[in-house]
Design a protein around this ligand. Structure first.
Ligand code: FUB
Length: 337
């Protein structure tokens, strides 16, 4: 009865209450990019570690040194760690901080896209390949030319592969305008347009950009770009893109306001029109997610810092069902669950 009353109350304020589950109890992973390859579920997360680096505005306390691949028999079971897929020391151009990755499959090959700081402390995006979805992956000698910042994700749109990337503050996106780098760009004024995630078509070799990165426009209900002060709606980091009912859903984290939100568009380049919240703030500073259909149900994979007692750099993976209403809007969920 008590549960029924709580459920009714939450649905009255707009939160769908499908209980989330932790995917592992004893290991810290974050930023899950989830894919089904050849009928099996693979999770490509960041691998969080204990660090002596103090919480820093530039994110130095997210000091990850390798990637593992996890597999999942089905969403009701625990994930299985398949071990190390790529190590920092095996990426010749990278100095530190292996942040949120993604993987794409083309033909019989798997391409791991990952951000790391190069020897000049500039985030770049690298690519590593494997014949197996669980790796080991072999990194290219240099990062992908023309990339910068963090949080790559790749969309396979009917055989055309698009890479999206970008993240503010520690993710360094504010150091770029029109793809040009400078540490001296003035801080955006409140009424200026917010910075945007980037998109570029990949060449058929999957290792180079086929075009200059472009802004992914995110508009409000009146067709105006979201402003930099609009911290509850504007893009911060962690972009993901999926298709539902022939529309493209661009979802991302709002950073300081700790939400997952989304916008809808008609093609991979956008523009995308802001729709609303997917997940209210979790325990921990960051959350970062992926949305995927598995066996005709939709799921949100994400992380929070509950199991580490709130340590922002020790995060745990979660999954919960995601539902749409009859108009294709995502039913918002409570991040504190
Ligand atoms: O995991 C390190 C960074 O924290 C990711 O790249 C961001 O998306 C945030 O989750």
């Amino acid at each position: 009865m008590r549960k029924f009353i709580i459920l009714t109350l939450f649905s009255a304020i707009g939160y769908a209450q499908e209980s989330p589950r932790y995917l592992l109890d004893d290991l810290y992973f974050a930023d899950p990019s989830v894919h089904v390859f050849n009928g099996k579920i693979y999770i490509y997360p960041s691998h969080d570690i204990q660090t002596d680096v103090k919480d820093a505005a530039n994110g130095a306390h997210f000091n990850m040194k390798d990637y593992h691949v996890l597999t999942l028999n089905d969403v009701n079971h625990k994930a299985k760690d398949q071990g190390i897929a790529l190590k920092l020391e095996d990426v010749s151009w990278a100095k530190q901080q292996l942040w949120a990755p993604d993987v794409a499959k083309k033909g019989n090959k798997y391409y791991l896209y990952f951000p790391a700081k190069d020897k000049n402390d500039a985030f770049k995006i690298g690519v590593a390949t494997s014949k197996s979805p669980t790796g080991p992956f072999k990194a290219e000698k240099n990062p992908i030319s023309g990339t910068y910042s963090i949080d790559p994700t790749v969309l396979n749109d009917n055989g055309k592969y698009f890479i999206y990337f970008g993240g503010l503050k520690g993710g360094q996106l504010q150091e770029y305008r029109n793809n040009q780098h400078s540490k001296n760009y003035p801080e955006l004024q409140k009424e200026e347009n917010a910075l945007l995630p980037k998109i570029a078509l990949l060449k058929s070799n999957m290792k180079e950009l086929a075009e200059e990165p472009k802004d992914v426009l995110i508009l409000d209900e009146n067709g105006n770009q979201l402003k930099s002060a609009d911290q509850h709606r504007r893009f911060f980091e962690g972009v993901w893109i999926h298709q539902y009912n022939s529309k493209y859903y661009l979802s991302y984290s709002t950073g300081e306001t700790h939400k997952l939100v989304y916008a809808i568009g008609d093609n991979p380049y956008g523009p995308f029109t802001f729709q609303g919240e997917i997940l209210s703030p979790v325990v921990g500073w960051t959350t970062h997610h992926s949305i995927i259909e598995i066996d005709k149900k939709w799921y949100l994979f994400y992380h929070d810092s509950k199991l580490s007692g709130g340590k922002s750099y020790l995060r745990s993976l979660k999954v919960r069902e995601l539902k749409y209403d009859e108009n294709g809007k995502i039913i918002p969920m409570d991040g504190q669950d």
